[in-house]
Design a protein around this ligand. Structure first.
Ligand SMILES: [Zn+2]
Length: 423
């Protein structure tokens, strides 16, 4: 499911056909603890008994040739159809023709001439490959993609996303988009699910690495299959842009334009003016990311107006328990003292007890603050239901209900926050 090296070739042939080969190689998990990797292989269900006979299985969108057992093959087809349903609804286009897939459990079951040599070579390296042929039909085009993949948990799904994109749009777009979206496709289980569901290895890598600047992630000179680490960066950026409320609306049209090879469209033409905001939210995502994290609920509020206050004026805001940092409307000044009060209750579990903004015994449910200044954040600090605080610096005060970042979606309720400056 992770890839460590991929090459992309583009051939022109005499017949005017374009043949694109996307090679996605899964690593041998060389960078991960051996025990873990063995576990993954077992969990993928590829060790179950099978006669090793190659058979063909069909579903609405796929023809699958494989040496998996009948049961494994049927399970795979079900997963592939579910994913195809999700991605074709997302991109708003049906898969126009059958996707041919060769999914290989053991190459020893496959006679020499039974597989395309490039496909065989990719599988031998533990990965996958999608070969796309595109024919021009005057003003239209028609493309045909064939997938070769090792029978692990993620590779057939990853490659099937490439095949669908090739069929529906004629290309898979630039590397960052193509590979980022193929990873999203293999993790995606349900159309309403916006939560992070990447592999634990990817999560650990992203959280413990020095964040990669946006420019490097979307660099045009990248090549596919470079490393599984680069796949992780691409996935995380595509996940953020695809689900964060500030960027999601532009993301799908951008992707379709990129895959349709519209000229003069790039990441920078669409998001260039927002790149500082994206960079800030990307860093925040990488820092707080967990399995279950919701970038949509943690979308940063760039719109609400903030004000400095004094005298009898107050800053008033409504803060929801099931969101990340939210605007208090107060812009604080370093060294000034502020008094705050809250009204209302919230809960940090779907059926949990009602709490004030002081939170429960474990401090979950407590109102927290953080200062935003020049695209960076202060250390978060505790507020609670009422009290005073001295601003440690200048900045805009954002607040939230304290809870694990992976568990805010089931929180309920909201409180009203009122702040005034002390004389
Ligand atoms: Zn790929």
């Amino acid at each position: 499911m992770l890839r460590d090296s991929m090459l992309s070739f583009l051939f022109g042939s005499r017949a005017g056909k374009l043949l694109t080969v996307l090679v996605c190689l899964s690593p041998v998990f060389s960078c991960m603890p051996v025990g873990h990797c063995v576990g993954q292989t077992r969990n993928s269900g590829t060790v179950a008994s099978s006669s090793g006979k190659i058979a063909e299985y069909k579903s609405a969108n796929f023809v699958l040739r494989t040496d998996l057992s009948q049961e494994e093959a049927k399970n795979l087809l079900t997963r592939l159809e579910t994913m195809l349903g999700l991605i074709s609804r997302y991109w708003g286009r049906k898969n126009p023709r059958i996707i041919e897939m060769y999914v290989v459990k053991s190459l020893s079951n496959w006679p020499a001439d039974s597989l395309n040599p490039q496909g065989r070579a990719s599988i031998a390296r533990g990965g996958g490959l999608t070969i796309m042929q595109r024919r021009s039909l005057g003003t239209r085009w028609e493309s045909k993609a064939v997938v070769y993949a090792v029978a692990d948990r993620g590779t057939p799904q990853h490659e099937a996303v490439h095949a669908y994109c090739a069929h529906a749009f004629g290309s898979t777009g630039p590397t960052w988009y193509s590979e980022g979206m193929a990873e999203i496709g293999q993790y995606w289980k349900d159309s309403d699910d916006k939560s992070v569901q990447c592999s634990p290895e990817v999560l650990r890598y992203l959280k413990t690495s020095k964040p990669k600047p946006l420019k490097e992630v979307v660099d045009r000179d990248q090549f596919t299959g470079d490393s599984w680490q680069n796949y992780a960066w691409r996935w995380s950026l595509c996940h953020l842009l695809g689900f964060n409320e500030n960027y999601t609306q532009r993301f799908k049209p951008l992707g379709i334009a990129l895959m349709s090879e519209q000229r003069d469209i790039s990441f920078w033409t669409v998001y260039g003016t927002m790149s500082q905001e994206i960079e800030f939210e990307y860093l925040l995502f990488l820092r707080n990311m967990e399995i279950g994290y919701r970038v949509d609920l943690c979308s940063w509020d760039w719109k609400t107006k903030f004000k400095r206050i004094g005298g009898r004026r107050t800053a008033l805001s409504k803060i929801k328990a099931n969101r990340g940092w939210q605007a208090s409307r107060l812009e604080v000044e370093a060294g000034e003292q502020y008094h705050f009060e809250t009204v209302g209750n919230w809960s940090v579990e779907a059926k949990g007890e009602e709490l004030t903004a002081d939170g429960g015994a474990d401090s979950r449910g407590k109102l927290m603050g953080v200062l935003f200044h020049d695209y960076s954040l202060s250390e978060p600090f505790e507020l609670g239901a009422s009290g005073t605080f001295t601003a440690a610096g200048d900045g805009k005060l954002y607040v939230r209900c304290k809870d694990d970042w992976s568990e805010i979606a089931d929180n309920r309720g909201a409180i009203t926050l009122k702040i005034k400056r002390l004389p």
